[in-house]
Write a new protein. Structure first.
Length: 127
């Protein structure tokens, strides 16, 4: 290095010669919980009908290590109206699936997703 080089030039040269640092992700002891394809099909069938009626407008999927959550919104800027949760740890006790209202009230819980989200279906009307 010559004396005419600035400190910035010297540090850039040093950084260019050093190998890049690899920062590994922390090891995962348990895989993430996710919805299976048939579960998503069931949820999106209901979601599509309610979109067509103009009641729901947006959704969000959240996959964590302990549970998977499908959140339903009336508007994207609001809190979710409902959350459909899949928690495999509760499968043998209360049921792996739950529909939870915005207030935190558990509307229905069970092991059959179609029956659990049936609580979000509109009742049939006589015409």
């Amino acid at each position: 290095m010559s004396e005419g080089q600035s400190v910035d030039q010297r540090s850039r040269e040093r950084d260019a010669q050093a190998p890049p640092q690899v920062i590994p992700f922390p090891p995962s002891s348990a895989p993430q919980v996710a919805f299976q394809r048939d579960e998503l099909r069931t949820i999106f069938n209901l979601y599509g009908r309610r979109i067509a009626e103009g009641e729901w407008r947006d959704y969000a999927l959240d996959f964590r290590r302990d549970k998977a959550v499908f959140s339903i919104y009336r508007r994207a800027s609001e809190m979710p109206l409902y959350r459909i949760e899949k928690d495999p740890k509760l499968a043998n006790r209360q049921g792996a699936y739950a529909v939870i209202a915005a207030s935190g009230l558990v509307m229905k819980r069970g092991n059959d997703l179609a029956r659990v989200i049936g609580v979000l279906e509109k009742p049939l009307r006589a015409v």
